[in-house]
Design a protein around this ligand. Structure first.
Ligand code: BDR
Ligand code: CA
Length: 311
């Protein structure tokens, strides 16, 4: 599968990248980063740090939008740490961010790919929205879109909203408008799904037992992530692994249950900004919302992948 990842590393983004890099069935064409968990210069540097850790420094990485489409930027350093990776003991990157603007790189990749490309988004949707605004015909070059964002129930940045959609609600609405207008096959992985995927101490011990540079970095990052308000307030037995669920869905969709839906993002009300309003639909729909996951299968997939990272 030809794949592009747009992300804002971010601890869970970093783990998602490791899962994707270890999968031979994913032909990763490039990575764009966006302002989200931390500013875009840091999300780009963190992407490089993870590529270098995993031994894939040859995958091109581009920095995209430094600010959302309309609203002022927000960050999540309280969750991911000032550096965005929970202060993990990894050196600054030795390699360089590709000088091409992330949105331009994504547009080129979609245009030049001999077959339609799958896009995985792990952060605010600013880069993808910008690409689809610049060239709406790109919608037809997308094989499949898998998005981490939104919640049917309670949000995690406000009671109403999930972080990625709150950080750029207008971009999310642009993307879902295109999904509906061009029937882009799309799967949404929201909090109702990702809160089922808790990295409990038992799973963290299995990762630690791999005893490699990759596993040590993951364990360190998870230790910070477990102290986040989201995990503590909800009394989770560990941190929820939001973004890796997107990659797991691409690799093993049979682990997931989904349901047809339509979605609208709140962009007007300051009270409920970024809220994802989901309507279940009957019959075929381009949008599927993931509702259930086989958690043991997810961790088997992740831990096997971390074991095969070459570093
Ligand atoms: C999302 O917000 C970010 O903090 C995480 O990286 C994830 O993409 C979860 O709401
Ligand atoms: Ca993210």
């Amino acid at each position: 599968m030809t794949l592009w990842i747009d992300c804002d590393p971010g601890i869970d983004d970093a783990i998602a990248l490791l899962l994707a890099l270890a999968a031979p069935e994913l032909d990763l064409q490039g990575i764009s980063t966006v302002a989200g968990n931390v500013p875009v210069t840091l999300t780009a540097a963190n992407g490089l740090r993870i590529l270098e850790l995993a031994g894939y420094a040859d995958v091109p990485l581009y920095a995209g939008c430094p600010v959302p489409l309309c609203r002022s930027p927000i960050f999540a350093a309280d969750i991911h740490g000032e550096d965005g990776l929970g202060g993990v003991d990894l050196p600054p990157p030795q390699t360089q961010v590709n000088p091409l603007f992330g949105v331009t790189a994504l547009i080129h990749a979609l245009r030049q790919s001999p077959t339609p490309m799958t896009i995985a988004t792990l952060g605010p949707l600013t880069n993808l929205a910008m690409a689809l605004i610049q060239d709406p015909s790109l919608s037809q070059r997308i094989e499949k879109l898998v998005i981490m964002g939104g919640a049917l129930g309670q949000g995690n940045i406000t009671t109403a909203a999930e972080f990625n959609f709150y950080a750029d609600p207008h971009a999310a609405q642009v993307v879902f408008d295109r999904v509906e207008a061009y029937a882009i096959p799309t799967t949404l992985i929201g909090l109702d799904l990702t809160h089922q995927v808790i990295a409990t101490p038992a799973y963290q011990q299995r990762i630690a037992a791999l005893n490699s540079p990759v596993s040590r970095a993951v364990v360190q990052m998870l230790a910070t992530y477990a102290q986040t308000p989201e995990a503590l307030e909800r009394k989770f037995a560990g941190p929820p692994l939001h973004d890796p669920c997107v990659i797991a869905y691409l690799l093993q969709p049979q682990l997931f249950q989904t349901r047809s839906a339509q979605i609208t993002i709140e962009t007007q009300s300051s009270l409920t900004l970024g809220r994802s309003v989901i309507e279940w639909t009957i019959g075929p729909s381009p949008l599927q919302v993931a509702t259930e996951i086989k958690v043991e299968g997810f961790f088997d997939l992740l831990i096997t992948a971390l074991q095969t990272c070459p570093a």
